[in-house]
Design a protein around this ligand. Structure first.
Ligand code: DGP
Length: 112
């Protein structure tokens, strides 16, 4: 499958990986929109929240809990914002579910 995030997971495309476990990798976003901008990417490929099975929902729930666990180690002690885009209106550019993790500074209150 020609998926950029699957290639990053396999190590075929380099990335700044800050965390990895059996469920997911967390990498630095290539075009940061905050002081700290990470992407939590499940190792299993599915396009977005509308394509999740019940099993995927459990996986994503686990990812959220782990993001909470590792947040402080990523410099996010002051708080963080999670975003997962789906589709054209949200400007999703990579059709492999991912959760943006933004923080390290006061974020704009314009969105969310
Ligand atoms: P979205 O628009 O929600 O689909 O976000 C995709 C994000 O992925 C976007 O913020 C830029 C990031 N991105 C795209 N290609 C790469 C890459 O090759 N490496 C890294 N680290 N991030 C990437």
């Amino acid at each position: 499958m020609d998926c950029i995030f699957c290639k990053i997971i396999k190590g075929e495309i380099p990335s700044a990986r800050v965390y990895e476990d059996e469920d997911m990798i967390v990498i630095r976003d290539i075009a940061p929109q905050a002081k700290y901008h990470y992407l939590a990417i499940p190792k299993k490929h599915f396009a977005d929240v509308t394509e999740m099975t019940e099993e995927d929902a459990v996986l994503v729930g686990r990812m959220l809990r782990k993001i909470g666990d590792i947040a402080a180690s990523l410099g996010l002690e002051g708080g963080f914002r999670l975003v997962s885009n789906k589709g054209a209106d949200a400007m999703q550019s990579v059709p492999h579910l991912h959760i943006h993790i933004l923080g390290g500074e006061k974020l704009s209150d314009k969105m969310c």
